[in-house]
Design a protein around this ligand. Structure first.
Ligand SMILES: Nc1nc2c(c(=O)[nH]1)N[C@H]1C(S)=C(S)[C@@H](COP(=O)(O)O)O[C@H]1N2
Ligand SMILES: [Mo]
Length: 187
C-alpha cells in the first residue's frame, strides 16, 4: 500500500457528487449562528460575520466517500479547526467533539483527530463560496476519514467527555472511518 494515492476499494471521479439526507437548510446571513459549547471554559455563539473574521487557511486534500468514490485535490478554504480550541478553551477532561448540522445530521470525532493541519471548517471550495448543496455556508472537512465525518451545514460544535455516536455511526458505519484500512462498517 506504500505510496498509493487512492485508498483501497475507491474509484476516482472528476465531478463532485452530492450526498446527503435530501434536506438543504436555508441560509440567512443575518440569522445564521455557529454555537460552540459543551465542556468548555468559554462557550461562544458566532454570527456569520464573526466566523469570517476568524482567519482562513487553504488546504488541498482528497475526499473519500464510503460508497466508493474519491475526489482528489479539492482546494478547501476555511478556518483551521485548531483555531476553535483557542477560542473556547475545552476543559481538561474533553476527549470528543460532536458536530451538529442544520439538516439533523451529526458526527463525532476524537478531539485529537481534529487537531491536524488539514482539518478545516470550510467556507469555500476551488475558489468559490461553498454552494448550499456542498454544505454552505460552513462545513467540516476531515480528509483522513471517510466523507461522512465531514459534516455539511455545521451549526453547532459540542466538546464532550463521552463519545456521542453520529447519524451514520449509529446506523452501522464505522466510528473510526479510516479509508486506508477500509474501515467502513462497525464491527
Ligand atoms: N449535514 C450533513 N453532512 C453530511 C452528510 C449529510 O447527509 N448531512 N453526508 C455525508 C456524506 S456520507 C458524504 S460522502 C459527504 C458528501 O459531501 P458532498 O455532498 O459535498 O459531496 O457529506 C457528508 N456530510
Ligand atoms: Mo459518504
Amino acid at each position: 500500500m506504500t505510496g498509493e494515492r487512492v485508498p483501497p476499494g475507491q474509484k476516482v471521479i472528476e465531478r463532485f457528487p452530492r450526498l446527503d439526507l435530501g434536506i438543504i437548510p436555508k441560509f440567512d446571513e443575518n440569522k445564521w449562528r455557529l454555537r460552540i459549547e459543551g465542556s468548555v471554559e468559554n462557550p461562544v455563539v458566532l454570527t456569520y460575520k464573526e466566523v469570517l473574521e476568524l482567519g482562513q487557511t487553504t488546504v488541498v486534500s482528497d475526499f473519500h466517500c464510503v460508497t466508493g468514490w474519491s475526489r482528489l485535490d479539492n482546494k478547501w478554504e476555511g478556518i483551521l479547526f485548531k483555531t476553535i480550541i483557542t477560542l473556547v478553551h475545552p476543559k481538561q477532561d474533553v476527549k470528543y467533539v460532536t458536530v451538529l448540522s442544520g439538516d439533523g445530521y451529526s458526527t463525532s470525532l476524537p478531539l485529537s483527530e481534529l487537531m491536524g493541519e488539514d482539518v478545516l471548517l470550510a467556507l469555500s471550495l476551488d475558489g468559490k463560496s461553498l454552494t448550499a448543496e456542498h454544505g454552505g455556508p460552513l462545513r467540516l472537512i476531515v480528509p483522513q476519514k471517510y466523507g461522512y465525518k465531514s459534516a455539511k451545514w455545521v451549526q453547532m460544535i459540542k466538546f464532550t467527555v463521552q463519545k456521542e455516536l453520529g447519524y451514520w455511526e449509529e446506523r452501522g458505519y464505522s466510528d473510526t472511518a479510516d479509508p486506508w484500512t477500509e474501515d467502513r462498517y462497525s464491527r
